[in-house]
Write a protein of this length. Sequence first.
Lengths: 211, 197
Amino acid sequence: MHSSAVPLERPDAPRPRTLTELYWAFTVLALQGFGGVLAVVQRELVEKKRWLTTEEFVEDWAVAQIMPGPNVVNLSVMLGDRYFGWRGAVAGLAGMLSMPLVVVILIAAFLENAADTVTGQGALRGMGAVAAGLIAATGLKLIPALRSNPMGQRQALGVVAVTFVLIALVRVPLAWVLLGVGTPACGLAWIGLKRMTTRGSASTSSKEAAS
Amino acid sequence: MTPFDRADWLTLLLHFISLSLLAVGGAITTTPDMHRFLVDSHHWLTNEQFVSSVALAQAAPGPNILFVALMGWNVGLNSVGGLGHGVASWVAGLTGMSLAMLGILLPSTTLTYFATRWGHRNRELRLVRAFKQGMAPIVVALLMATAWVLMMGDRVAPFNGRIVALAVVSMIIVWRTRVHLLWLLATGALAGALGLI
């Protein structure tokens, strides 16, 4: 009844064909993720492989972020499961963790003191600054996906501004922001979806009447 | 420190299990409690080992959750007296690593698996769609806020104008071009190593 208003999954969208392909895709992006993996996930899965649209990525990211546990790990489980069921979830998780685990333990075992030198500290600082820029750029790239948000673009940008101020400037704990801002934001989206559904089914039926 | 018996390993596992579901917004939000438990109460880790586990995991490739793996690794090593005992050291280190990672990931990943399965099966429900769409602007803002906090520093790493400049330039390059991210990170590391940052 309301399916015409719902952005259904694209049946012809690119997707991993085998578990091995899924495992290596996540391994490759995990190994590129210095200072966090998110910026790489967006570039690899949305821009290069096109397994996800920007809108799908924002939605999945929201869920991965809200669930407890590391967000990229959650995302690998969610996407893996969607493509291949539980075996996909395991393959995604293994891809995200196995190689990076080996690398980080080897670094810890053999270069333990590198991070303590002045040069090492400087390099870490430089990479940290670039990583901050990567994360900010990912945020900027996701903003266009809010244009089609059912709560309306202006309201969505308002929620962005309020959340940013509370977390970055006032430093309110995340849990409070999720409850205090998240609940009304979901309410606004609910109302918007309800309005779209009524309008969507009205236009469908008028089209049917015209044909 | 005496070698760990089974009860110690179990205590380590249970501690990370108990934190797993509390790690909303990333496991990094539970580090104060890990510090209290591993460093202050049990003396399984020194403060330096704790701090360098977090720093190293952030610098190394992969999810930042690997700091938990490094903590487990170091706890294991400390239990046999360091890396100097050959196979015994590696066995203890890898045991600590596996238990810590298993504990921090198993509950949260299981919950995510079943909850998002349910959500995906019911993705046409208005409730599910309203939740995802309502949260979307919030997670975009969380990204900006994370970048802001990393850029502007805190008590540990005070404000540094050159860090902000490098971050802003990287942001514009990533936003507007398709330069490979590794080049940017390498440039940042080089600039830092040369003392320019």
